[in-house]
Design a protein around this ligand. Structure first.
Ligand code: GDP
Length: 650
């Protein structure tokens, strides 16, 4: 039984025409794509082509339909990807360059980048789960019948001095401390209180910064947010921030109007302000629960707790206590006597003494567990915080924690994670930006543009919100997740990271810390002074017409001393680097003659004597070839630039 040429071509990833050419090159006599090749010849060709594939790489044409599913672990280095795609590294690098991805052999590519070019490579990528991910997903796949109701996990947020800490304290003192046995509360990062035969878990670090920082780490542990508003002060800037952070995270909110004892306390004023923010209270026909309390006098606390339970019932929070535990680290420290300690909030399953676990980059075996009353316990079920001892290192807050079969497995996973983490660090995180919005929408990755809007006055803020919302197209909708008067601060950037939003400032500045964070986290921050420009930029970006914001950095200048014409090669300019340096891979080269720019493009070669070099410094002579430009003349000036796409206009 032989194989027809077109069948073999398909198997080897060539067109029939290409295969026929190759066969002819191997002196195999073929007439056309229907020709039958005998088994021996086929084997020979397969072998020949497989072995030359690395030397004569081939990447499918851009038009080819994705016919190959390639399983890979993200992120992947260019080198490993080349192996997976069965092409040479050089060819892959060239191909990536044609997609405007500048990558060297060891560079790692992330999932988003690869998915965005998969179709162009004629393949589709499928994520191969890491052992850790497989484990986590098996942890999550609880059997419906084993699920039981669990306690809600609650965080307090609100404006500074509105009484978050006082409320947390009064709830803890009235409920946790067992006064009769003289029990003392232990600060472990969270505590559980009993109400009407049920329990509620409170996280001890109040504020939206901590809440969103957890979300940035992918740890969504809070089920209900208590927004604390002082009755005598009403809604203040940080209250708005807190509400918008909670809304962006899609968590339920209960409003605690504190300081009801204070002179000037006006709960109706707070209700009115809430209604203006689409949080109409139940008394006025809305859905938001608003409870008046006083942390100072201890009044209303019981009612608040009952309301939290009510909200929690509606959420139907469930977990399976009969499986190995999974949780999130909410606090960690290094103790002098007992080494690393951390508080884990168990989210699912039950954690027991002696359990082996992986947690961030560390692992360990539970030696001791201490609850929020300072008592040693044997086990901890869903929504329970416990301090654990027995860690191999200090984990980070927000790290995922889960129990595995044995120590060997734990070590293996944490080692692999360390490696992946190292690779991940090399990848700049891709975030939504106005420059790339249209492309992301086209690739189906972004259907909604989330915006954080800061302006100097309320009037402009409202005008901008209304105009921006009207820009929605059939492909992309616009959602303002946070709009506020004031400078762009750190918390705005955190929210942008957690929600994948862009930040727009109008007549405002950006705080230094926020600026650093935005750069580090790759957040698109844009500052404007004219309303029309904001609207226009967002509109153009949605239509894919926004000019990318690019920054040119001058690298070096060379003077052409002599010109050589080399047959089969073209023109080479013998140059002297008079300033800075030339880099072979520089993104932009310009040639000037009598101060007129005659050419813009790239280098085709950079040599010192006969050797190709990556870089030539000031004061040195070199040979320069320009891509598709032969008319170089003596005394021309050539300049070399680096092009950087920048996140915004900070
Ligand atoms: P946080 O910044 O939101 O954590 O607020 P704190 O809990 O530190 O409280 C700020 C101030 O408000 C403190 O001086 C408290 O004593 C006071 N405070 C807290 N709760 C009440 C209350 O219910 N009534 C009155 N009158 N003062 C309160």
């Amino acid at each position: 039984m032989g194989v027809r040429v077109y069948q073999l071509a398909k198997e080897l990833g060539f067109s029939s025409k290409e295969l026929i050419e190759k066969l002819q090159g191997l002196h195999v006599d073929v007439k056309g794509h229907m020709s039958v090749l005998d088994e021996e010849t086929t084997e020979l060709i397969r072998h020949e082509i497989e072995s030359t594939k690395t030397a004569t790489p081939k990447i499918k044409s851009e038009k080819a339909a994705p016919d190959k599913i390639i399983k890979i672990k993200f992120p992947i280095s260019v080198k490993d990807l080349a192996v997976k795609l069965q092409v040479s590294v050089n060819d892959l690098i060239k191909k990536l360059m044609s997609f405007k991805i500048l990558a060297n052999i060891n560079q790692v590519l992330d999932e988003d980048t690869l998915n965005s070019i998969a179709a162009k490579l004629g393949v589709s990528f499928e994520r191969e789960l890491t052992e850790e991910e497989a484990l986590i997903s098996s942890h999550l796949k609880g059997e419906e019948k084993n699920l039981v109701l669990r306690s809600p996990v609650v965080t307090l947020m609100g404006h500074v001095d509105h009484g978050k800490t006082s409320l947390l304290d009064v709830i803890r003192k009235s409920k946790v401390a067992d006064k009769e046995s003289g029990g003392i509360t232990q600060h472990i990062g969270a505590y559980k209180v009993g109400v009407l035969g049920k329990t509620i878990t409170f996280l001890d670090t109040p504020g939206h910064e901590a809440f969103t920082a957890m979300r940035v780490r992918g740890a969504n542990i809070t089920d209900i947010v208590i927004i604390v508003v002082a009755a005598d002060d009403g809604i203040m800037p940080q209250t708005i921030e807190a509400i918008n952070h909670a809304k962006a995270a899609n968590v339920s909110m209960v409003i605690a109007v504190n300081k009801m004892d204070a002179p000037g306390a006006d709960i109706d004023n707070v209700r009115r302000q809430l209604a203006e923010m689409d949080l109409t209270c139940e008394e006025w026909g809305g859905k938001t629960i608003v409870v008046g309390v006083s942390a100072k006098k201890g009044t209303g606390i019981e009612h608040l707790l009952e309301m939290i339970l009510l909200e929690s019932e509606m959420l139907e929070l469930r977990a399976d206590p009969n499986r190995p535990a999974k949780g999130i680290i909410i606090e960690s420290k290094l103790l002098k006597e007992s080494g690393p300690a951390a508080t884990v909030l168990v989210q699912n399953g039950t954690l027991r003494l002696g359990d082996v676990f992986v947690c961030g980059l560390t692992c360990g075996k539970i030696k001791a567990m201490i609850n929020d009353r300072g008592e040693r316990v044997q086990d901890a079920g869903p929504a329970t915080p416990v301090e654990i001892l027995g860690l191999s290192g200090v984990p980070q807050v927000g790290d995922t924690f889960y129990v595995v079969e044995d120590e060997k497995k734990a070590k293996e996973i944490s080692q692999k994670k360390t490696e992946t983490e190292r690779e991940q660090k090399l990848i700049p995180t891709q975030r939504v930006s106005l420059d790339q919005l249209f492309q992301s929408a086209q690739e189906g990755q972004c259907k909604e543009l989330k915006i954080i809007l800061k302006a100097d006055v309320q009037g402009s803020l409202e005008a901008l919100c209304n105009s921006l919302k009207e820009l929605a197209t059939k492909d992309i909708t616009v959602k303002i997740i946070h709009a506020q008067v004031g400078n762009i601060n750190d918390s705005d950037i955190m929210l942008a990271v957690a929600s994948n939003a862009v930040v727009i400032g109008f007549h405002v500045a950006i705080d230094n810390k926020a600026k650093d964070e935005a750069e580090k986290k790759n957040i698109d921050v844009r500052l404007y002074r004219i309303i029309y420009e904001v609207i226009n930029d967002v509109r153009l970006s949605m239509e894919g017409l926004l000019e990318p914001t690019i920054k040119e950095t001058f690298l070096g200048r060379a003077k052409v001393l002599e010109v050589f014409k080399i047959s089969n090669y073209g023109t080479i300019a013998g140059c002297m680097i008079v300033k800075g340096k030339f880099i072979r891979t520089a993104e932009l080269i310009r040639l000037f003659r009598a101060e007129q720019c005659m050419y813009e493009g790239k280098l085709s070669s950079l040599k010192r004597y006969k050797d190709d070099v990556k870089e030539v410094g000031e004061g040195l002579e070199c040979g320069i070839g320009l891509d598709k430009f032969m008319a170089i003349q003596q005394d021309d000036i050539i300049e070399c630039y680096q092009i950087e796409k920048i996140a915004g206009r900070l």
